[in-house]
Design a protein around this ligand. Structure first.
Ligand code: KIV
Ligand code: ZN
Length: 515
């Protein structure tokens, strides 16, 4: 059995299934490049049948990535598999991941199929996928609640049909570590051809056990783990990549395999990139990538760490990419330095016009803020991309008056479908007034579900990064905006969310019932 643990990242697919976390094609390419820099083995880029946008995103990732395998998800349906095969045609190394549910409840209530029909469809799907690529993965969805005998039959049959990877999902996050580890052990023992496939696991975090379950599976012979950056994913999320990777690396002494091929210093920059793009902020006490993960507040801890860091630190912050904010560019930096630094961060511009636009924004920012860090550049590019793709509403100007004892008031001008329109509104605070003024013009009827502000770098001249979550008719979108003025950042994020609502790319959900 291999010593190498295969890291399969599904931030761009299962991560994107978090309400409001949908990403544009270019955003997916940027995240995929960051994952490739980390040397992640497999990048699941999306679900190509879901929508034309998803198809194009998987295709674009397949074209841009050279070293990692790019994977597309497909239900066990001919049309899904053909679409995935088409999207991955230009991948240097492509994988089709096909799945069908095997638990009694899913087969009966969702699929309305008999177990034998499910088995037949699983084999058919793998056989069809093999027409496109030798690299096929099969998942028995809801394996964590499936009957062992049936699961063994399905797995044996799909391996015979040519699945090189068999992924065992705990789709609803129901399992506990000992049981889940035991399941992997039993499957490997009982399935006669189990040595012909790599066993993989895919754990959801509903009981907060996704990482523990994945590690229990690794201890029992799983050699691929499916995970996401920051643990993003459906409901309570998926197993977090950074926690899995650092647990395997830090506890080398007891692990049966390694992640030595990964560049773990890319973890924090990638985490920030994903948080910035999706608007899903990382909680400060999150392991590995939370702002406090390596901060020692108590005197006893500080004293210990100063004498010998290993007294309280099991990992080194720099090994996961925590560095002091690095000043990379300033007011006098030229276009070439700007372009080169962004290239190092994985951003390449589609045209000279895009580069010029981003450079103009950079100069504006450099006028307000003398030191520009990598994080500022990431925010700037995210914003340019968002505006370029969704231009229904654009902020022209905003003026907000706020004074002790007075009601704050906002005057806003937006460009709406090419025409400039202005509105004025009072509010309980400057942000409230700005949002009310925007709504006077947009009249979206959307409900504000979340408003959060964080600083991109340190210092009072830092840009504020704002996330706004809007809900309308069951659709949830996140908007982002960054500026050294947090009221302007707030208005930008609100407008960005409205633009996403307007764009309305309807997508099918992979785990919906229509097989
Ligand atoms: O959670 C799940 O079962 C999935 C499958 C599609 C692998 O995401
Ligand atoms: Zn999942």
């Amino acid at each position: 059995m291999s010593d190498r643990l295969i890291i399969f990242d599904t931030t761009l697919r299962d991560g994107e299934q978090s309400p409001g976390a949908s990403m544009t094609r270019d955003e997916k390419v940027r995240i995929a490049r960051a994952l490739e820099r980390m040397h992640v083995d497999v990048i699941e880029a999306g679900f190509p049948i879901a929508s034309p946008g998803d198809f194009e995103a998987v295709q674009a990732v397949a074209r841009s990535i050279q070293d990692s395998t790019v994977c597309g998800l497909a239900r066990a349906l001919d049309r899904d598999i053909d679409r995935a095969g088409e999207a991955l045609k230009e991948a240097n190394s492509g994988r089709i991941h096909t799945f069908i549910a095997t638990s009694p409840i899913h087969m009966k209530m969702k699929l309305r199929m008999e177990p034998d029909q499910v088995l037949e469809q699983a084999v058919h799907a793998v056989t069809r996928a093999r027409k496109y690529t030798d690299n096929v993965e099969f998942s028995p969805e809801d394996a964590g609640r499936s009957e062992l005998d049936f699961l063994c039959r399905v797995i044996e049959a799909v391996i015979d049909a040519g699945a090189g990877t068999v992924n065992i999902p705990d789709t609803v996050g129901y399992n506990v570590p000992e049981q889940f580890g035991g399941l992997i052990h039993n499957l490997r023992e009982r399935v006669p051809n189990s040595d012909k496939a790599v066993f993989s696991v895919h754990c959801h975090n509903d009981l907060g056990l996704a990482v523990a379950n994945s590690l229990a599976a690794v201890m029992n012979g799983a050699r691929q783990v499916e995970c996401t950056i920051n643990g993003l994913g459906e409901r309570a999320g998926n197993a977090s990549l950074e926690e899995i990777v650092m647990a395997v690396k830090t506890r080398k002494d007891i692990m049966p395999c390694n992640v030595d091929h990964l560049d773990t210093t890319q973890i924090v920059p990638t985490s920030r990139l994903v948080a910035g793009i999706t608007g899903f902020a990382v909680q400060p006490n999150k392991a590995i990538v939370g702002a406090n993960a390596f901060a020692h507040e108590s005197g006893i801890h500080q004293d210990g760490v100063l004498k010998n860091r290993e007294t309280y630190e099991i990992m080194r912050a720099e090994d996961v990419g925590w560095t002091a904010n690095r000043m990379v560019l300033g007011k006098h930096s030229g276009r070439n330095a700007f372009k080169t630094r962004l290239k190092e961060l994985g951003v390449e511009f589609a045209s000279e016009e895009d580069l010029n636009d981003a450079f103009a924004r950079f100069k504006e920012l450099a006028d307000k803020k003398h030191e520009i860090y990598d994080e500022d550049l990431q925010a700037l590019v995210t914003e340019s991309g968002l505006e370029a793709e969704n231009e229904h509403y654009k902020l022209v100007s905003l003026r907000v008056c706020s004074e002790t004892g007075e009601t704050p008031n906002a005057n806003i001008t937006l460009r709406m479908n090419g025409n400039e329109r202005a509105a004025e509104a009072p509010g309980s605070g400057p942000v409230d007034a700005a949002f009310k003024a925007i709504e006077k013009l947009a009249d979206s009827g959307a409900e504000l579900q979340l408003y959060s502000v964080s600083n991109i770098t340190t210092g009072t001249d830092s840009q504020g990064e704002v996330t706004v979550r809007l809900e309308k008719g069951g659709r949830i979108v996140n908007g982002q905006g960054a500026d050294t003025d947090i009221v302007i950042a707030s208005a930008k994020s609100y407008i960005n969310a409205l633009n996403k609502l307007m764009a309305g790319d309807e997508r099918a959900h992979p785990q919906s019932g229509d097989v």
